[in-house]
Design a protein around this ligand. Structure first.
Ligand code: PHE
Length: 364
């Protein structure tokens, strides 16, 4: 018996053309099935699909052959061709599904993630040491009830000097030889003008406690210990009865927080036009504990900042009655604190931004 393509086909006399076509179609399907077994990619499968089902496929030729088939046989042969075409389409679709399934399985196998492996370290950078020290000092002062203020880096001569009791042409200005932008404007030489700004802003003349960190500029030749740009933190307290004793208590508290609980401080008389009396503040050397070593120049003490009671002229200039108000101010150099805390031997390291330097202070 001749193998049949369609099981639904009624049993009847098998004509010659019909039989020939059936043989052709069966071998075509067999041929395809063999080829499908070797297919490895979707791309190859698509090529095979157009070879068997596309415009120029064998089926086109078979359709042409249909013309020569006798009238009686035409419907059966035509149906046979169509059925074969459908079978081929089905085989290709099945092959496609199983190929896709295989690809997914392969992907799952090759792309499995070992969640127990350590992750890749991302370089997320860190805060500059100067910013870290500023935040440390801010935290200490905020804990004492101070608020943090900011002021402009381009400052007027009036706020930077005159209202701070440093009149034009006063020889004390020499201490802060400066970078002028015009007659009246300059890069601020210290954060003290923020004292003036804060006093003026405080219209109701309430008692106040502020600190102000920021960059300051001086006409200095840069070397190991000098920089034309550095950072200061100013503090100002105005009240009716704030005394030098309060200043000393504050300084001792801050020094202990910054340099260690067993530090002591001492105040030496000094001069600043905007404070009276003025003091220079030393802290006991944290390396030798005060005995004397190379760090402290064998004195046992290290100078950390300048401070004093706000000069009456500064209060008057800002419209405060010196008989009703008094207070204190201090100014510290942030680079100096960093140099002392971490034994840094060149101030230029803070701004040349050599990563080998900066990275030593990650996450401090
Ligand atoms: N402004 C002073 C300076 O830069 C420091 C200072 C501030 C001193 C406040 C006393 C009070 O040298």
């Amino acid at each position: 018996m001749v193998p049949r393509l369609s099981i639904n086909r009624p049993l009847r006399a098998v004509f010659f053309e019909e039989e020939k076509m059936e043989q052709k179609l069966i071998s075509l399907i067999k041929q395809l099935e063999t080829k499908l077994k070797e297919i490895e990619t979707i791309n190859d499968l698509n090529l095979l699909k157009s070879e068997y089902l596309g415009k120029k496929s064998v089926f086109n030729d078979l359709m042409k052959e249909l013309k020569n088939v006798s009238k009686e046989e035409k419907p059966t042969v035509g149906k046979m061709i169509n059925e074969a075409k459908q079978t081929i389409a089905k085989r290709i679709e099945e092959a496609k599904l199983s190929l896709e399934q295989k690809m997914v399985e392969h992907k799952i196998k090759t792309e499995t993630i070992d969640v127990t492996l350590p992750g890749k370290n991302m370089n997320i950078g860190s805060k500059h040491l100067i910013s870290q020290i500023i935040e440390e000092v801010e935290d200490i002062f905020i804990g004492l009830g101070y608020t943090v203020k900011e002021g402009p880096e381009i400052e007027t001569d009036l706020y930077n000097f005159e209202m701070l009791n440093l009149p034009k042409n006063h020889p004390a200005r020499d201490m802060q030889d400066s970078l002028y932008i015009s007659e009246e404007k300059l890069l601020r030489t210290h954060t003290s003008p923020v004292q003036v700004r804060s006093l003026l802003e405080n219209k109701n003349q309430e008692p106040m406690k502020i600190i102000c960190p920021g960059k300051v500029y001086r006409k200095d030749d840069d070397d190991q210990t000098h920089s034309h740009q550095f950072t200061q933190i100013e503090a100002l307290v105005i009240d009716h009865d704030a005394t030098l004793a309060d200043l000393k208590g504050t300084l001792l508290f801050v020094a202990k927080k910054l340099f260690g609980e067993d530090r002591e401080i001492r105040l030496r008389p000094s001069f600043f036009p905007f404070t009276e009396p003025s003091v220079e503040v030393d802290v006991t050397c944290y390396k030798c504990g005060g005995k004397g070593c190379s760090m402290c120049g064998y004195t046992g003490w290290i100078e950390i900042l300048g401070a004093g009671m706000v000069n009456n002229n500064v209060l008057k200039n800002a419209g405060y009655d010196p008989n009703k108000f008094q207070g204190f101010a201090l100014g510290m150099g942030v680079e100096r604190i960093a140099i002392l805390k971490y034994g840094i031997d060149d101030i230029r390291a803070f701004y040349t931004n050599d990563l080998r330097f900066n990275q030593q202070f990650r996450g401090k």
